[in-house]
Design a protein around this ligand. Sequence first.
Ligand code: UT7
Length: 366
Amino acid sequence: MSPPAAVLCGLAGRVPSRVVTNEHLARRLDTDDAWIRARTGIRQRHVVEPGQATSDLAVEAGRAALASAGTDTADAVVVATTTPDRSCPATAPAVAARLGLDGVAAFDVGAVCTGFVYGLASAAGLIAAGVAERVLLIGADTYSTIVDPLDRANAIIFGDGAGAVVLRAGHPDEPGAVGHFDLGSDGTHEDLITVAAGGSRQRSLPGEPSRADRHFAMRGKEVYRHAVTRMAESARTALDRAGWKTDDVDHFVPHQANLRILHSVADDLGLPRERCVTHVESVGNTGAASIPLALAAQAFRPGARVLLTAFGGGLTWGSCLLTWPSSLSSPSSLSSPSSLSSPSSLSSPSSLSSPSALSRQERTTP
Ligand code: UT7
């Protein structure tokens, strides 16, 4: 008997309520709306309030995804993130506890912006191995806590958010089944996307880290080139493994890095751009949250064939194919990125990373 497949049965996305538009950024950085739109396609991004952490977004998205699956339980919680609440322990156990899922398996996946696709493979593995019957997978990131607010190249791109899916044990042929994967990495380019400080390398050295080392750094142009090539290759590999042709893909949902990257990958694959789902305009690049946030804003027809492809620091990349389930709630009840109310159980701000130094004006949703 073949092992059970992972079947998508719940989905939700959450973003914080504070919106930072391009105009807001142009007031404190040497940039402008026209440049940002032309180079990235981004109009605005959502940013957490001081004291809000990744787990706060993850809990909200996770709870909503469980509700959309018509349940309040799961046997395992996987959180894909590059911005855990602390460097130790992992964020997933605390998320599980706050969701009332005491005692379940819970761990983080660290594959930067590819984390959600790696997390899908991990969840599918847990289900295939019989370790779990239902897995809650959350992609959640708060890049505003690691990007230097004065770094115009990165401050314009990233936003905060969380997207969650519930996967249950099922049959590979039923709508919602998560199918073939391609996962890869190239650590020889680890220096293209980094936060240098905070890990064992920096901590084993004497002295305090510099401001630059404490913040996120990306060699954007090089990353851009790798992203286009690797995403297209990975998508082709996954399609080959499944025996799908490009034309079989109804919806291409890539990691929302930059609109130009998404369109270049779609063009390279020979996919009409209208089949490429874009969400980056209104939320920016939300890291591991970007694919589930983009999915939560869609209403695909049951059985539609969907290709997910991601790329991120590491370097890492990955693709996954799935068919759209018949029983998912409509997007309106899936909480397509809307507002996130401040959770009542926030940790004290002093125990969290210093939030971006945004002006009062930026704290107001236009
Ligand atoms: O999610 C993980 C994967 N990440 C990605 O896939 C991101 C990949 N990279 C990118 O999306 C793009 O490289 C960026 C959006 C980060 C930058 O766009 P770019 O077209 O590659 O710009 P650039 O870094 O080559 O900079 C071009 C010019 C430079 O000026 P000079 O040297 O030509 O005079 C920059 O200083 O644009 C300048 N620049 C800006 N100008 C106005 C850089 N950032 C800005 C800005 N506003 N915000």
